[in-house]
Design a protein around this ligand. Sequence first.
Ligand SMILES: Cc1cc2nc3c(=O)[nH]c(=O)nc-3n(C[C@H](O)[C@H](O)[C@H](O)COP(=O)(O)OP(=O)(O)OC[C@H]3O[C@@H](n4cnc5c(N)ncnc54)[C@H](O)[C@@H]3O)c2cc1C
Length: 396
Amino acid sequence: MSYYIKNNSRTLSDLEPLIEKIKIIGKDIIAVHADNVDQEARFPLEAINALKNEKLLSCYVPVELGGMGLSVLEVSKICEVIGAFCSSTAMIFAMHQIQAAIIVHHGLSSKFFESYAKELVEKQFLLASATTELGIGGDVRSSICAPSFSENFLRLEKQASVISYGAYADAILVTCRKSSEASRNDQIEILVKKEDYTLKELSGWDTLGFRGTCSNGFVLNAKCNIEQILPVDYAEIHRITMHPFAHSVWAALWLGIASESVRLARSAVRIEARKNPDLLPPSALRLAEVDSVLFSMRGGSYQAINEYQQYLTDKNAEAFTNFGFTSRINNLKITSSQLIIEIVGKSMLICGISGYRNDSKLSLGRLLRDAYGASLMVNNDRILGQSAMTQIMQRD
Ligand SMILES: Cc1cc2nc3c(=O)[nH]c(=O)nc-3n(C[C@H](O)[C@H](O)[C@H](O)COP(=O)(O)OP(=O)(O)OC[C@H]3O[C@@H](n4cnc5c(N)ncnc54)[C@H](O)[C@@H]3O)c2cc1C
């Protein structure tokens, strides 16, 4: 197998000291700026700098290269914690970790990527992703653009309709066809460093939610060394990392958003209960109901993430060619992106007008707007379409 597998025997409880530290950063820094990040649709600079200060941008890099060597389960847990404080910060952190995982799983056999991983630890580079392209929509497994080669260099132009925090990244991982003769799904992935590319803005990012991700569209023009091409085909990167890792960390951060809405709903019920201690507020029943939905979301999410973690730990290459696992990861995405809307919506009913107001401590407006982004990040219909095909092919 060409991808790096860690031997990680830690449990989530070993992560507690780090989680406590992140919760403090979350309360003191990330949450403080979250509303302004949303209102101004601005990059959460304070939050990302605070995470960099704790060397968290390299938390997935193996210990022997200077990182923390965390597992996908542990990274997911961190995404969940950050998600409760600021959805945009959590999404940026999660998307960066997907790119870091691609380098760790698929790049370390190359001198260039090994040394880049060490540099990532030292300099806390922020990595973005350019898969979406004008003309192919959200079909990650297709590209139109292709590199042209000259000696050891390549040039690439991509009409990238969405690159989250593209203007703030230190490098971008870009998918493209292998060559101008290759078919659309015969793809490679290239790491282009800030000094290798220019970005010309194609579109702005004035959206309903995840406003701080600053996911503008750009024309990306890059020239770089051919050693910056990841040493395996994108098809493999997608199967082993991009698809399962992305849906794991996304689901985890959506869980963080959903948990925060339930926390606010619980505060609302407590306020009601204090007003009349002899009578259980009617909203307590709704709270019990939404808490059970959150329980299902959490259980389903961590079941799938644990399965992925197990396959990585067991070096189970077979699992990644089994359509059953692909379907379960698709189910993780579909289910959690639907449950987040249900949970935040139910929390709104409990908080009532306080949740509906933008100027209240129990406001749920931002969380509800963010929640609706989940089903569009790789459209749920597109994913259901893939799952429909794999239903017949998967081995029981
Ligand atoms: C917050 C956020 C951040 C993002 N960040 C990035 C980023 O950093 N880099 C990046 O590359 N992309 C990013 N994206 C883009 C994202 O991953 C999708 O590629 C993009 O949102 C797809 O756009 P779309 O909905 O127009 O296209 P499509 O997915 O093409 O969907 C358009 C419509 O066509 C339908 N449709 C299309 N194909 C099918 C099919 N096969 N089966 C069923 N229905 C179909 C869909 O249901 C939908 O109604 C981000 C998106 C969001 C919301």
